[in-house]
Design a protein around this ligand. Structure first.
Ligand code: ADP
Ligand code: MG
Length: 227
């Protein structure tokens, strides 16, 4: 099943009275169960592409379908629903809610799903175990290191077992051991639940786990390799 289908998609940003082409005529299909990375130097368009796939931004030109739905045809409410129910985001800036505990930050992702309280508790504790943060459930984000915050963001994205996880440099602040643990957990979810993962990364550790690597340079796909 096709999870993502992109046809001739470009993205331009207005800069002063001119514009900058961040993505240039991208064509790309990703199938269910892929473990794929967008790789390339800083500024090559990885984050922009991830944001458009996640319906957080819109293309300037071309077409994109996610989980069989044309993003341009979705109402505001429908695209929010797609994100809430089926997508997990791991942003570069963790976007944790500062007044909530670690537990509550992860639980938050489940509040829009129909799920009973005890099932929800089980899922939150399980997700925090995946990322090795069971001891920190009562901490607030301000009491965490950068790496711990990143792991909360990862647990929050994965707790609902979404169909598609979009991860922007998810290991940027993790030490080697935590990076490998988290990548192994993601790979396990990928294999057991067929969760599709798309990473934006330039971390060699992440690259070593990828099943497919798509190289970007200056907003264009320059290579697409199965590992
Ligand atoms: N909102 C924006 N306005 C103007 N330029 C932008 C904006 N967002 C990204 N860009 C530019 O688009 C290019 C690609 O950015 P990005 O997708 O963040 O790259 P990457 O994630 O690969 O480092 C960069 O040159 C960046 O400066
Ligand atoms: Mg980026």
């Amino acid at each position: 099943m096709e999870i993502i289908k992109i046809n001739n998609m470009s993205k331009r940003f207005a800069v002063g009275n001119s514009h900058f082409t961040a993505l240039n005529k991208i064509n790309l299909t990703l199938n269910e169960g892929e473990f794929t990375g967008l790789v390339g130097p800083s500024g090559s368009g990885k984050t922009t592409l991830l944001n458009i796939i996640g319906s957080l931004d819109v293309p300037s030109e071309g077409k994109i379908e996610v989980l069989g739905k044309s993003i341009a045809d979705l109402s505001h409410k429908e695209s929010a629903q797609l994100r809430n129910l089926h997508l997990g985001f791991i942003f570069q800036t963790y976007n944790l809610l500062p007044v909530y505990t670690v537990y509550e930050n992860v639980e938050f992702a489940l509040l829009l799903q129909k799920m009973g309280a005890s099932e929800r508790r089980k899922a939150v504790l399980e997700a925090l175990e995946w990322v090795g943060l069971s001891e920190k459930i009562k901490s607030k984000p301000s009491q965490l290191s950068g790496g711990e915050s990143q792991r909360v963001a990862i647990a929050r994205a994965m707790v609902k077992k979404p169909k598609l996880v979009l991860a922007d440099e998810p290991t940027a602040n993790l030490d080697s051991e935590n990076s490998h643990n988290i990548l192994k957990t993601m790979l396990k979810l990928n294999e057991e639940l067929k969760t599709t993962f798309v990473f934006a990364t330039h971390d060699e550790k992440v690259m070593s786990y990828l099943k497919r690597m798509i190289s970007l340079a200056d907003g264009q796909i320059t290579k697409d390799e199965i590992q």
